[in-house]
Ligand binder design. Sequence first.
Ligand SMILES: Cc1cc2nc3c(=O)[nH]c(=O)nc-3n(C[C@H](O)[C@H](O)[C@H](O)COP(=O)(O)O)c2cc1C
Length: 171
Amino acid sequence: MKILTAYFSHSGENYFSGKIINVEKGNTAIVAEKIAAMTGSDLFEIKATMPYPKKYAYCVKRSRDELADNARPELERYIGVLDYDTVILGYPNWCGTMPMPVFTFLESADFSGKKILPLCTNEGSGLARSVSDIKKLCPSAQVEEGLSVKGSDAGECDEAVRQWLENNGVI
Ligand SMILES: Cc1cc2nc3c(=O)[nH]c(=O)nc-3n(C[C@H](O)[C@H](O)[C@H](O)COP(=O)(O)O)c2cc1C
């Protein structure tokens, strides 16, 4: 079985257990790297050509505008998924769903017949609308039950992640 772990993550200011702190590496990136190590999968970062502001308030403003516009921000690079059976898709919850570059990613390749495992880091809203949005964007994919990880627990989520990967037969 060939697995791709594709993720979006934002570094800079973020809420961490109620406080704004500055991070070098985003929460989802931390979890995605753990997943790649556990599964031996390839790792792909979904990155918008126009970087998101480091300042939290500006980032929230842009994410709200893009969501309202149903925007498809251009990506720095694209990847085909023909060679993969399973795609583990990591993203933060932004305003109740995925950041819009993840929408671009899901429309940029053919996910028919692929298994998609959604992994969402968040500060309390869980997966929210993200899984139903993935199903709408990839109607011919097999979208499995997603895993929600609290962003501030990203460093210590190994057991929950391992269990989820095991339940989905990828390790
Ligand atoms: C623009 C923006 C919007 C967010 N919206 C939500 C939200 O609606 N619900 C929630 O629980 N967390 C929300 N968060 C918190 C992130 O989901 C959480 O901190 C996540 O772990 C960040 O992952 P990252 O560091 O990989 O980008 C938001 C964060 C940002 C920057």
